[in-house]
Unconditional design. Structure first.
Length: 265
């Protein structure tokens, strides 16, 4: 008896902080994954390791989400190799962790810096949904999962970073939360427009995820979380697979917060 081919997923920003988490989780669940990365990040060590483990089920594709031309080329490549994707994970995004000497004052944040975050986090997701959403609609179905943030709902607390020796102090980019809030609404927009064509669109918004942060930040952040800790990266995978699969076949247009209760307070 012949087997049905494995489902296909596209992950943007696959070499970013959480990109390998989504990519590895989907591969482990049996998906074939097209991992979209910026030029120069194709040999990211984690992606190379995933490639050695999963072989031809991982295809690393160079594409900048802010370039419609790049995304059209990536879609042509994916459709030619595997057919229409079943899942799109819009993960590409710009965020800035604290770095010594890189503090700033709110009044000094440049328009170019603000614009760049919106360009990647919102316009990039918009274009990826246009391109891959159209392919899904033509094929009769699919699931789009936009990666949001707890900062789509609340403002970053600067006291989380006031122990970092920096003058001016570290400032979480004001455009970051604005972009993620915009992405949540854009999710609703695409969800309503693509529903009749069998395509579901949802947002998965993680809270703080453990990733080598300094101990004082971890202490402060964990004290603010009802569950008392940061998330483990693997705890994000099952919520993603829920939204990606038919387990959520009657779920569209929502924001699923995986934040340990942070935004409940």
């Amino acid at each position: 008896m012949s087997r049905s081919p494995a489902p296909v997923a596209v992950v943007t920003g696959a070499a970013g902080n959480l990109g390998p988490v989504w990519t590895g989780g989907l591969l482990d669940a049996g998906y074939r994954v097209a991992a979209l990365t910026l030029e120069g990040t194709e040999q990211d060590p984690v992606l190379v390791e995933l490639g050695s483990t999963y072989g031809d089920n991982l295809d690393v594709v160079t594409a900048d989400v802010t370039s419609r031309e790049d995304l059209d080329a990536a879609a042509t490549h994916v459709l030619g190799r595997w057919g229409s994707p079943d899942v799109l994970v819009n993960n590409a995004g710009v965020d800035v962790p604290p770095r010594p000497g890189e503090g700033t004052l709110l009044q000094d944040v440049s328009a170019d810096t603000f614009r760049r975050v919106l360009e990647v986090n919102v316009l990039g997701a918009f274009q990826a949904m246009q391109v891959f959403g159209a392919a899904m609609a033509a094929a009769g179905g699919g699931s789009i999962v936009n990666i949001g943030s707890l900062y789509a709902s609340v403002s970053p607390d600067p006291r989380m970073y006031d122990h970092v020796p920096m003058e001016p102090p570290f400032l979480k980019p004001p455009a970051y939360g604005a972009s993620k809030a915009g992405l949540v609404n854009l999710t609703r927009y695409f969800a309503t427009h693509l529903a009749s064509q069998g395509v579901r669109v949802n947002t998965l918004s993680p809270g703080g995820v453990a990733g080598g942060q300094d101990p004082e930040f971890v202490r402060k952040f964990s004290a603010r979380v009802p569950l008392g800790r940061l998330a483990r990266p693997d705890e994000l995978v099952q919520p993603l697979l829920f939204l990606a699969s038919d387990a959520s076949s009657y779920v569209t247009g929502i924001e699923l917060k995986v934040d340990g209760g942070f935004t409940a307070w």
